[in-house]
Design a binder for this molecule. Structure first.
Ligand code: FAD
Ligand code: SF4
Length: 482
């Protein structure tokens, strides 16, 4: 008799579905700004972690811009060693609670997970968030601070406190330098604080990361606009900074250049979100900074900013909120989860529709928008199908608030007094791709100010690259007596 070979059981990743993350019910969400995605429980995190195949050659590590040892931290979760998992992640990413919430994992580590080819990828981002939240909940407010090396005798300035600046400050401090962060606004965090709303990125998480940096001895100087409060040259000569890292982001709104754009009731998404998040108008009347919003709102664009603006508008307005986007549903650039949440929360979508002009009333307020239907044509320079307006398809939509979320550009303030830092024709800093060194010796740049609006993790990766290059540069200088 031929012996039957016992069939090997299929790995869990092929038989167990990706674990769902619980979410706040829609009716609850619309009552305020509570976080929508609620995170994994220990049980669902362990089940999800066991789905990982522990590939011998893991694709997910190079898929992560800061190269976290993903299989290792997932294995540690599966074994119940959550603190160990936190340590593994923090070797490469000191802000996992943030990345776990806002990284576009579906285009990064999760996109290259081998399971994604036939099944669903391991939920790397959700697991990262689970570990970070578990660590925070079990640390009793204590911070386990790493041991710092002896002082290097060098002083480095970081301009901007978004993800690029915070990451660079951490790495530079860990190399023993004196580090000061200069932030133009009254609160640190960059887009994480002023742009991404509380229901997606609660501010206490950012504050905890900043507190950690301060506990390590990083100095933070808010309300300090480099270019106005002091120039780059003044920081390097009068204040004695040996090197600077420019991480000022791309916070200037791009205009639509449409008739009627300057009417009352037309906002840029950054202004709208800053008023709501940074000025806390969502807490009105507890805060005396109300936000005037109508009952018929349109948002132009379909990126993460547009989703944040539309979902914020749904929470503040009692009426309809529509997204107007000139491409189709297939080109929506926002994170899949944000797009899904916007749909669940009742945001309406007008795809293949482009704004043509904005119409106002006799008091100078917006009253309607003229739009035109589009078809998709050949790909443009961005690689996406070009929207082609359809002749004679124009129509008018009555509304009272428009939020422009078509993108941002670089802010010139710093560079007006630093003309020796070379920039490209769009105003972004030209930096060496390997080291992020600019045309000015000792000055480095990264994040959105190099190449334009991108992602949190790209900004963090740049912060890390620049810190490494700054360390090398500082080795060429004699340490100063301070
Ligand atoms: P920023 O975060 O822009 O920080 C720059 C900081 O520099 C700011 O605090 C600014 O006040 C300060 N600054 C500017 N000029 C000066 C000066 N002269 N002196 C001193 N300080 C100065 N990415 C994702 O990966 N996932 C998302 O879900 C996501 N959602 C987003 C939602 C919104 C609404 C927006 C606007 C962006 C979103 N992004 C997202 C993109 C991401 O937030 C950015 O790519 C990232 O924040 C860039 O980081 P940064 O450090 O370069 O700059
Ligand atoms: Fe696990 Fe996917 Fe990474 Fe393989 S690629 S180690 S399955 S997360």
């Amino acid at each position: 008799m031929v012996e039957q070979k016992e069939k090997k059981p299929k790995p869990k990743g092929m038989t167990v579905p990706r674990q769902h993350m619980p979410e706040l019910p829609v009716e609850e969400r619309l009552k305020g700004f509570r976080e929508v995605a609620l995170g994994y429980t220990e049980e669902s995190a362990r089940i999800e972690a066991e789905r990982c195949l522990q590939c011998k050659v893991p694709h997910c590590i190079p898929g992560c811009p800061v190269n976290i040892d993903i299989p290792r931290f997932i294995q540690q979760i599966a074994e119940g060693d959550y603190m160990g998992a936190a340590e593994t992640i923090k070797k490469d990413n000191f802000m996992p609670a943030i990345c776990g919430r806002v990284c576009q994992q579906e285009n990064q580590c999760e996109a290259v997970c081998v399971l994604a080819k036939k099944y669903e990828s391991v939920a790397v981002g959700r697991l990262e968030r689970f570990v970070a939240d578990w660590e925070s909940a079990h640390s009793d407010g204590r911070m386990s601070l790493p041991k710092l090396p002896p002082p290097s005798g060098h002083k480095v300035g970081v301009i901007g406190s978004g993800p690029a600046g915070l990451t660079a400050a951490f790495d530079l401090r860990m190399a023993g330098h004196e580090v000061t962060i200069f932030e133009g606004l009254h609160k640190p965090g960059g887009v994480l604080t002023y742009g991404i709303p509380e229901f997606r990125m609660p501010n206490p998480i950012i504050e905890e990361n900043v507190k950690y940096l301060l506990a390590l001895g990083v100095e933070l100087r808010c309300d300090f606009v480099v270019g106005l409060t002091a120039t780059v040259d003044q920081l390097m000569t009068e204040e004695g900074y040996d090197a600077l890292f420019i991480a000022t982001g791309a916070g200037l709104p791009k205009f639509l250049y449409l008739e009627g754009e300057n009417l009352c009731g037309v906002f840029s998404a950054n202004e709208f979100l800053t008023r709501v998040n940074l000025m806390e108008s969502y807490k009105f009347p507890e805060r005396d900074t109300p936000m005037i919003i109508g009952t018929n709102v349109a948002i132009i664009g379909a990126g993460n900013t547009a989703m944040d603006a539309s979902r914020t508008a749904r929470r503040l307005s009692k009426g309809r909120v529509r997204i107007i986007y000139r491409r189709s549903i297939h080109e929506v650039p926002a994170r899949a989860e944000e797009f899904e949440h916007a749909q669940q929360e009742g945001v309406e979508f007008l795809f293949l529709t482009a704004p043509v002009r904005i119409l106002g009333n006799e008091n100078g307020w917006v009253r309607a928008i003229e739009v035109q239907k589009c078809d998709l044509g050949e790909p443009d320079e961005s690689g996406r199908a070009r929207p082609v307006p359809i002749e004679g398809s124009n129509y008018i939509i009555e509304l009272d608030t428009i939020i422009n979320a078509v993108g941002t550009s670089s802010n010139k303030t710093l560079f007006q007094t630093a003309p020796d830092i070379a920039r490209d024709k769009r105003g972004y800093v030209i930096a060496d791709p390997e080291t992020l060194a600019t045309s000015k010796p000792g000055v480095y740049a990264g994040g959105d100010i190099v190449g334009g609006g991108a992602t949190v993790i790209k900004a963090m990766g740049d912060g890390r690259t620049a810190a490494k290059a700054i360390n090398e540069y500082l080795k060429t200088l004699a340490p100063k007596e301070r």
